[in-house]
Design a protein around this ligand. Structure first.
Ligand code: TYM
Length: 344
């Protein structure tokens, strides 16, 4: 079954964005803007599944909007908006809460990580987070979802939800639309050398904005000196760099830094391995710093410039929300009719 190709992705406004967010997601978004209709969402409703200070949430929402633009997204070509302004996300999430199974949610590793030991004290929103994420995507019948590797499991759940909805309502879908499937199976786009950027202090942990150590990550708005210092301090091992990819076995920190280099240089990892085969980390880190600074400086300069004009950012979100709503509204209406709600 063919659906119109449409891209959807989202980023949480929960603090300064990291190099992981940039390489795993934002820097790739602009690649799709000339090929597909794209929606890029600031997922403020996802953010509040953990406590957010309202003033900071407001500021961070504009911050992610600025980061989208600074990463090369053209607001005329792409639909850039914040989730809470399109009511259909919440409406669809409710329908999906009734489609998804508790057993499916219980398998979600991100819930286990985020809820930690105090599971009983986590918000109910955090638990059903993946069905809101499925709603984000499917309320636009999006077919392609560029994300980092950590979102893979959530994407699989979105596919399961789409399939179960199509199956549970198959007769009425056929009767009303003459189609087999109402929702597409959204495809994750997880491609490139930095789909899982790891902490600079511990190669077994994901680089994350919530890590208590600022030295564990590079932030998108770090200045050149800070970037240089963080790379200098990044954990490595005593061996020189390997001359083949198999040489990364048991060396997660080395593999991470080479992956970051490859993504920044937009080269395959193997090309970087070849170039630095046998080099000492001191030499490699010098080159990596230069590359990181020259690649990120124009983005962070633009980010600062855009953040200084909140009015402009707010108008981008408002216009984007209206365009997003125009796509979501008829899909939501049809969903309600399929479910059997009177009035739809
Ligand atoms: P979030 O806000 O945690 O992260 C935004 C994007 O950045 C990617 N990412 C990384 N990629 C590589 N290495 C890392 N260390 C790293 N850290 C983060 C994430 O994979 C993501 O692509 N649930 C999502 C937001 C969301 C969403 C959606 C995404 C809500 N609805 C619908 C796609 C489609 C999240 O929390 O991303």
């Amino acid at each position: 079954m063919s659906f119109q190709e449409r891209v959807f992705s989202g980023v949480q406004p929960t603090g300064a964005l990291t190099l992981g967010n940039y390489l795993g997601a934002l820097s790739r978004f602009a690649d799709y803007q000339d090929k597909y209709e794209c929606l890029y969402c600031v997922v403020d409703m996802h953010a509040i599944t953990l406590w957010q200070d309202p003033k900071e949430l407001h500021e961070n929402t504009l911050g992610v909007t600025a980061a989208y633009l600074a990463s090369g997204l053209d607001p005329a070509k792409n639909i850039i908006f914040n989730q809470s302004q399109v009511a259909a996300h919440a409406e669809m999430a409710w329908v999906f809460n009734c489609v998804t199974r508790i057993g499916w949610l219980n398998r979600m590793t991100q819930f286990k990580e985020k809820a930690g030991k105090h599971r009983e004290n986590a918000s109910a929103g955090l638990y059903v987070y993946p069905s809101l994420m499925a709603a984000d995507i499917l309320v636009y019948k999006a077919t392609h979802v560029p994300v980092g590797d950590d979102q893979k499991q959530h994407l699989e759940l979105a596919r399961d939800i789409a399939q179960k909805f199509n199956h549970d309502f198959a007769d009425i879908i056929r009767e009303r639309t003459n189609l087999e499937d109402f929702f597409p199976q959204p495809e994750p786009l997880i491609e490139g050398p930095a789909m899982r950027v790891m902490s600079l202090r511990d190669g077994s942990k994901k680089m994350s904005k919530s890590d208590p150590s600022d030295n564990s990550r590079i932030n998108m708005d770090d200045d050149a000196d800070t970037i240089a210092q963080k790379i200098r301090k990044a954990k490595t091992d005593p061996e020189p760099l390997p001359d083949e990819e198999a040489g990364f076995e048991g060396r997660p920190e080395a593999e991470n830094l080479v992956g970051i280099y490859a993504a920044l240089a937009q080269e395959p990892k193997l090309a970087v391995v070849d170039r630095f085969a046998g080099a000492q980390f001191s030499e490699f880190k010098k080159d990596l710093t230069e590359l990181a600074v020259t690649t990120l400086a124009p983005v962070s300069d633009e980010l600062r410039r855009l953040k200084a004009d909140p009015g402009h950012l707010e108008s981008v979100l408002k216009a984007g929300s209206e365009r997003a709503e125009a796509i979501a509204e008829p899909i939501m209406k049809e969903t309600k009719a399929i479910v059997g709600f009177v009035g739809a």
